[in-house]
Design a protein around this ligand. Structure first.
Ligand code: PBG
Ligand code: ZN
Length: 325
């Protein structure tokens, strides 16, 4: 059936027709909103490279958590900026740590909001690496013990899902084991399974004050040039009983999202990272792109590529647009 008898434009003619043949839908249920919880009181300071995103002390975090829930967004993911950093990142697994206190405050105020916690050490170590340093590099197995303690203490504080982002080998199994041994067999692990060593994390590291003080993260995060290795990473995490898989960043890795979606049956998360957010904000400020349209196009592109869920700093803006506000 060819032109002139067949005409593709017939089903594009009106908005109703376009709605009827639309293949991919972004829904508010798909969104996860990241928040940065800072030690102290009465703090609300905007991250210069991330307009609209703030480091906030707990009382402001709780207010925003209420707003997020009222918008219909099902979940937040928390990052912490502790009072003190040290070589072992002790605030990360302390019962009185910044994240533990934030979880309890959110759960007391908005119990139905799903609280996901980022499990990593880079926000808590003075050297800014994602684990313990030995001989100038991150020591894998020593780091596993601390990550397990961190995940357990998040669960004890009331976290609904733990999400390890460190890229150590064996962390999913280590987290699953300690959670199961301590009565948290019902708490899912969302694995940052396929996480690349990316320049797109730049603005986040300002936000979390987690830039490595020496070297970089290439001895544990993946090489952006690798695709087959992503299958291996995901397969290992499935073996170790991950409940969600994640691909991060998203925009430059849509092929990987598609590949992982086709090969694995776990719910798939795309992390629309800080640099992706900043680029849209910057271009929109310059008047070079239409902010709302390019944001929605980017998010629906991630869903079309295979994401079931999207962690995005745009979550509140997108939820408002989806609600027609
Ligand atoms: C911590 C972590 C990072 C991000 C999420 N968890 C930074 C990093 O690995 O350097 C990046 C998120 C973003 O850029 O929005 N390991
Ligand atoms: Zn880290």
């Amino acid at each position: 059936m060819y032109f002139p008898k067949y005409r593709s434009r017939r089903t594009r003619r009106t908005e109703n027709l376009r709605r009827m043949v639309r293949e991919t839908h972004l829904r508010v249920d798909d969104l996860i909103y990241p928040m940065f919880s800072a030690f102290g009181e009465n703090i609300k300071s905007e991250i210069p490279s991330m307009p609209g995103i703030f480091q906030q002390s707990i009382e402001h975090i709780v207010e925003e958590a209420k707003e997020v829930y009222a918008l219909g967004i099902p979940a937040v993911i928390l990052f912490g900026i502790p009072e003190c950093k040290d070589p072992l990142g002790q605030d990360a697994y302390s019962d009185e740590g910044i994240i533990q206190r934030t979880i309890r405050a959110i759960k007391a105020a908005v119990p139905q909001l799903t609280v996901i916690t980022d499990v990593c050490l880079c926000e808590y170590t003075d050297h800014g690496h994602c684990g313990v340093i030995k001989d100038g590099d991150v020591d894998n197995d020593e780091t596993l013990r601390l990550l397990a303690a961190e995940a357990l203490s998040h669960a004890q504080a009331g976290a609904d899902i733990v999400a390890p982002s460190d890229m150590m080998d064996g962390r999913i199994a280590a987290l699953r084991e300690i959670l199961d041994e301590n009565g948290f067999s019902h708490i899912p692990v969302m694995s940052y399974a396929v996480k690349y060593a990316s320049a797109y994390y730049g603005p986040f590291r300002d936000a979390a004050e987690s830039t490595p003080q020496f070297g970089d993260r290439r001895s544990y995060q993946m090489d952006p040039a690798n695709r087959i290795e992503a299958f291996r990473e995901a397969a290992l995490d499935v073996e170790e009983c991950a409940d969600f898989l994640m691909v991060k960043p998203a925009l430059a890795y849509l092929d990987i999202l598609r590949d992982i979606k086709e090969r694995f049956d776990l719910p798939l998360v795309a992390y629309n990272v800080s640099g992706e957010y900043s680029m849209i904000k910057a271009a929109a400020r310059l008047g070079w792109v239409d902010h709302d349209r390019i944001m929605m196009e980017t998010l629906v592109g991630m869903k079309r590529a295979g994401a079931d869920l999207i962690i995005t700093y745009h979550a509140k803006e997108a939820a408002r647009l989806l609600a027609g506000q």
